[in-house]
Design a binder for this molecule. Sequence first.
Ligand code: FS2
Ligand code: SF4
Length: 552
Amino acid sequence: MFCYQCEQTQDGTGCNGLKGVCGKTSFVASLQDLLLNVTKKISTFTSMSRQLGTKNPEVDRFVLESLFSTVTNVNFDEVRFKEYLQKAESQLEKAEKDYREVCQSKGIQPKMPTFAKSFWKANPDLGSLIEEGKKFSILKRNRSKDLTGIEEMILYGIKGGAAYLEHAKVLGIEDEEAYSFMHDCLKKLTEELSLDELLKLAMDTGKWNFKVMELLDKANTQGYGDPVPTKVSISPVAGKCIVVSGHDLYDLELVLKQTENKNINVYTHGEMLPAHGYPKLKKYKHLVGNYGGAWQNQKKEFSAFPGSILMTTNCIVPPSDAYRHRVFTRSVVGFPGVQHILSDDLSPLINSALLNKGFLKDSPRKEILVGFGHKTVLGIADLIIDAVKSGAIKHFFLIGGCDGYELDRNYFTDFAKRVPKDCVILTLACGKYRFNKLDFGTIKHKGVEIPRLLDIGQCNDSYSAIKIAVALAEAFKTDVNGLPLSLILSWFEQKAVAVLLTLLSLGVKNIRIGPRLPAFLTPPVVKVLVDNFGIKPISSSPKKDLKELLKK
Ligand code: FS2
Ligand code: SF4
């Protein structure tokens, strides 16, 4: 196997051998390589059909799911990948048929792609699929490392955006343009584009992801209302319990509806924390608080959790025997030996919660504050602008992104702690758990207490952060780069790649990124990013970086 799609990749270069750092086996890696290869073929036909005016929602949705299933810490289950591959075969046939038919109806000669139509024998066993997948390892690619790295970066951006599209789809929002770009882009990734063409495609992918995040924002806010500032308890209370992790608000709502009046308390975990700010979710009295921290602590935290656990999306880590039987997965998430709930009937999860002892007593109440989406922040835009003009607020720091195991991620805690008292910190995604339980206090301006730490939401709520920055820039008659704003991003998986491409495509410069640069970016490509966008890795000294950034 070879995989370098996430930040924790082995030795900072790539996971190889029998297992990746995340726990993904070489077998699953091979099945994922094969699935991605077939998905690109499906999208090649679909892209051509769409240009001729025909579309197939079933194929669109399959491609989304297939891409999402290969994101880091989503699915570790060989059997599920075998099922995806079986579906992929029929979807490829459908996509080709659609293309032939639309050509025929328009009297056009089909331009058949050069790849082989049939990619395996009928009803292959798992072993044959794994063998087949080895042919599509990144290492077998006949391109330079620089170009392969950019192709992969674009693919990871598309995977991240596909994950967001899937969440929007679950809430009933789909978009034809978004599907079209996804297929076109995957087709282009089979065409051996030049460096310049790939760089342009990377920027287009960033722009696409901005629209995708906008769609998801629309889906979330239409479904659950605009987030409002909300105090969230981080202390368990006595009673039976379920913890819901991941990003999927729809699944959380299902849990809340199906546990009403059952004396089960529901907790959010990880990226589900911002759910507390949505009016139509916070109305449930038995949504009692947030449990634990970021994804990488789940082995310890879930072992200690006396109830059942629902993983709606990434990040799942291989569960230990202590709690595996209490974990349930949904949608694209999978782990061997863990129960997957396909239908919207969550009885297995609820029954498991009832069988477990629950928390026996209340813990002393502690709270954190969430719910600062773009509507809330821009609702007090005049106050914020005045605070900046008067000097009450000197600078904004967006410290956000993913969390992870590495100790050097403490950089982000140290950085946040050192931010001067006249500056505001905006945060989003699971990286916030490095500092969101600290008390940053408020900045008092015109009798209003403005919290110094504003939690904007999940990683996809980068959309909100961009809306806020653009509105402030307009008010100050400048662009985002002209604001007293610095971005310090922690990255881990492919949604972060999508968000980074979005920021770059919008012309945001001088982003600090850490804890280390992606392994898929070779030195010449890093140079392009540094020269064009001023991207800079974080140093080992938050104090030094902060000093430099405050000079802005
Ligand atoms: Fe954190 Fe993991 Fe949000 Fe990422 S919970 S690293 O998937 O998407 O961020
Ligand atoms: Fe390694 Fe990350 Fe790939 Fe897992 S997802 S195999 S940790 S690079």
